[in-house]
Design a protein around this ligand. Sequence first.
Ligand code: IVH
Length: 695
Amino acid sequence: MSGEGDAPAVETLTPLDAAAELERLAGEIARHDAAYHQNDAPLISDAEYDQLRRRNDALEAAFPELVRDDSPSKRVGAPVRDGFGKVTHARPMLSLGNAFSDEDVADFLDRVRRFLNLGDDEAVETVAEPKIDGLSLSIRYEGRALKYAATRGDGTVGEDVTANVRTIADVPGTLPAGAPDILEVRGEVYMSRDDFARLNAAQEEAGAKVFANPRNAAAGSLRQLDTGVTASRPLRFFGYAWGEVSEPLGATVAEARRRFAEWGFQLNEPSAVCGSLGALLEYYADISGRRAELPYDIDGIVYKVNRLDWQDRLGFVSRAPRWAIAHKFPAEKAETRLNEITIQVGRTGTLTPVANLEPVTVGGVVVSRATLHNEDEIKRKDVREGDAVIVQRAGDVIPQVVEAVAAKRPADSKPFVFPEVCPECGSLAVREADEAARRCTGGLICPAQAVERLKHFVSRNAFDIEGLGGKHIEAFWADGLIKMPADIFRLGGQRDAIAEREGWGEKSIDNLLAALDERADIELPRFIFALGIRQVGQATARLLAKHYGSLGAWTEAMAEAQDRDGEAYATLVDIDGIGPGVAEDVLAFFAEAHNREVVDDLAGLVRVAAFEIADTSGSPVAGKTVVFTGTLETMGRSEAKARAEELGAKVSGSVSKKTDMVIAGPGAGSKLKKAEELGVSVLTEAEWSALIGRG
Ligand code: IVH
């Protein structure tokens, strides 16, 4: 493990860097969890482990949209212990998008409104309820009897904790008559603050493990191999959502909640049905003011569109529902001294200033480093070495320097001078006109960049090469065995050189080469993600893979899309979830000859499987390229697009010979004209709805 203490400050990371790092951390922390919990053989000190977790928390707070389903922050301990069976959730267990400001909440309501194509006078009724800081759980009932209960796990597969859940008094073993035949109740296992305090006191007295907070205590108590231990712990459960159900639970969230209560579940109250943004924000203010009075920890408020038919239409995007959002509580603050400003270099060469602080407790966590974002931020805030500074943790986790306390500034203090050369490799560090970050121009000659890129390449959600961890990459890189990604797949020719290294016997080399051989067959989304293109995280890689289908088609399209006026470019920026910003980063990557070489070189050494699209063989529009134009009357543009894509169609923004059909509403102009010229078939919205079975 490389020391997280040397990692670049979170705030100046690009989403790509952050995604890669979160992914690496998820893998690394999972490994340490397994070592600690399953094998009782920790590989690192608790302090080092905490540092990894804090880094992960900080990244998640700064990039809430990148929080992974397998995030360490969503679990405590190993994902699936030996001893716990696995359960594949009938419906995936999703996460929530975050809102940090009133504007974010307003945007959420606007998005809902636009998606549903609602009139200005139509209210979006929304349920507001406390967001409990616990551990999510899915409990399945069949024939009204508890069949099994599972933790969230990675969202798709969780741990079977049925025996333990049966010991929780709040969880009914059987449901009363009238409950659906199949019902998956989802909610949160938690511990009240009082119970937590009592448990910790007892643990301390017994010389046993003391928990950091109620959430850790709840998670640790639920995930006990000895059910007797779980039974002795004061666990509770709130039901607030559901997975598979054999019949609708009602027309609204409020109704479903009432039924949950009738069936014997506890609800996270107080909740409120709000008719406007103002009402939501009032509820938020009220609860945040009473936060300390609630018997359990909450970390925000969840808003959910009340109408379930609307929820169905809104659906999901990247594993979070469009119909709900979590409005997080703001940061906690503290004052301390800034001892030194150091500079760190990220995988894409970003120079990030970091404040090294006199350790201070902020919201229960000791903070000794905080981000200073970038050069301009330091200037704007005029933060200097030696200053007294205010530090905060946003979303309750990330440390950042808010401001310097001017009145306490030492007389001899001097403004900080940002370096113009990379502290890692001495190359010039430049700033593009439109960028906040200064970047090292060293590229692959800069050890910070080269090694981090290679580490990303082999990381768990990329090539996932077993036996080739960060340490090995660093060592192989230093020895010149690996310079470029493709070199990894040429290690077979370097047996002797590897064998000279300490710790590498014939057997471990065999294992490594076998792992490489196995990973030479790779799925397209992983391949794209592994390239480490800025802003292309897993979700974006998947979108690209899904749209283009094969490596060849994608690279060819990216070459064509260099022409910003052409159709390939229009198609790229029109992929739902890929905006012009991401498109520019992808195209910039392909504009560089050395990057194309990396891809070509790799393509000759590995086999990239074409993307398999979900079975839409029954769909009348599978594989068809469609274009929407003009005003759509029964649905918003994004909903129309999402539906079409679900049915296997490709939605394009421009009409060409390749277009199969154009759905034209009132006001359609040039695209309709072009379709008619090219003889592409044109459908009305009603005809389209009939075709896809929504008529
Ligand atoms: S609704 C489709 N409601 O927060 C997602 N989640 O940050 C359904 N959580 O994974 C979740 N309180 O474990 C919902 N009142 C609440 C919640 C809540 C806590 C958790 C849940 C979820 C996580 C997302």
